[in-house]
Design a protein around this ligand. Structure first.
Ligand code: NDP
Ligand code: OXD
Length: 315
């Protein structure tokens, strides 16, 4: 391969060093440069790998041909005011990431079902608090908003645990065993069936605050909520109100607005909320590097790329 330059801004200086080492063994022709290095020369860059790029740099990348997100979402990239609209953006699609998401989603749904937060509080207080979680998985329906790569793998794993699973997306989906609801017209019927609601949607203008008072009020009383997509999809005050009123019986939240969740936020100490630090799923650097190198080879052969961000649909 002709030498090429990849600019990296994901995971800070430590992340850069780790990425550089991963690429050094796999693609010696790829020169990795750190976006935040004082000697960084944007004009030399062919490709970029970024999570939250800073403004003022893309316009100086005259040779830039492809942008990779270091994750599945591209919201951190789109938040950069001068991201070049003509350069394709590739989202990560790695089997290891969907597997990890499925595992995390299964854990979160079981945490809601088995009242894991109640157990954790009792343990922290050294209290022998016997109780009998009310339902078995076979008696509950999990509704997954976003039946894409992450939602589909989660649905498969939840079905393996005995849950009934339904899904909601823009278009109709065919996922074995999963009843598919599509579009705004079918949202309310989907919600009415979801004993535990999981959000695995991308961040788009349409999904802003999609989990809010109205949505939550349509769930069966005492429903659970698992937030794994993006914080911007959730009205956090409405979630708190639904927990207070008993409309929600519990929640596991991995994403917030803003992140990190401020230390004074009531979610941290809420007896019905389990908070995790946006860690539900990330593939290893090795897996992501292999996906990127295969994508770059296809790109240089002029082939159609998988997982392209589509500005028209917003994700
Ligand atoms: P995909 O692109 O594979 O799937 C997105 C799904 O969302 C599709 O089913 C799509 O439906 C649906 N969708 C998009 N917009 C709407 C809408 N307005 N109304 C209804 N359905 C909609 O994405 P992934 O599964 O790979 O990832 C999903 C999201 O999960 C990411 O964008 C990211 O926000 C989040 N994520 C979170 C992680 C974490 O650690 N917490 C880790 C990885 C991802 P259709 O196909 O019909 O358009
Ligand atoms: C992602 C994430 O989008 O980690 O991949 O949230």
């Amino acid at each position: 391969m002709t030498p090429k330059t990849l600019a990296i801004r994901t995971g800070g200086a430590e992340g850069f060093a780790a990425w550089r080492d991963v690429f050094a063994t796999r693609a010696p022709w790829l020169r990795c440069v750190h976006w935040d290095d004082p000697d960084f020369a944007p004009a030399a860059v062919d490709y970029a790998l970024v999570w939250e790029p800073t403004a003022g740099v893309f316009p100086r990348m005259d040779k830039l041909r492809l942008i990779f997100s270091s994750g599945a979402g591209v919201d951190g990239i789109l938040a950069c005011p001068d991201v070049p609209r003509q350069v394709p953006i590739v989202r990560q699609a790695v089997a290891g990431a969907t597997q990890r998401m499925g595992e995390f989603c299964a854990w979160a749904v079981l945490t809601v079902l088995k009242e894991g937060r109640r157990m954790a509080i009792a343990q922290a207080e050294r209290r022998w608090a016997y109780f009998d979680p009310e339902f078995a998985a076979t008696e509950r329906t999990v509704g997954i908003m976003g039946l894409g790569a992450m939602g589909t793998r989660s649905a498969e794993m939840l079905q393996g645990l005995g849950f009934s699973v339904i899904g909601w997306s823009r278009g109709r989906k065919t996922v074995p065993g999963v009843e598919s609801f599509a579009g705004a017209a079918e949202l309310d019927a989907f919600l009415a069936r979801s004993h535990i609601l999981v959000c695995l949607l991308p961040a788009t203008p349409e999904t802003r605050h999609i989990v809010a008072a109205r949505t939550l009020s349509l769930l069966p009383r005492g429903a659970g909520y698992v937030g794994l997509g993006r914080g911007m999809q959730q009205n956090q005050d409405d979630i708190l109100a639904a927990l207070e009123s008993g409309q929600l019986s519990g929640a596991v939240l991995d994403v917030f607005e803003p992140e990190p969740l401020p230390p004074e936020h009531p979610f941290w100490t809420h007896p019905k909320v389990t908070v995790t630090a946006h860690l539900a799923s990330i593939a290893t650097r090795e897996e992501r590097a292999d996906f990127m190198l295969a994508t770059l080879a296809a790109f240089e052969r002029g082939e159609q790329l998988p997982m392209l961000f589509d500005p028209a649909r917003g994700y």
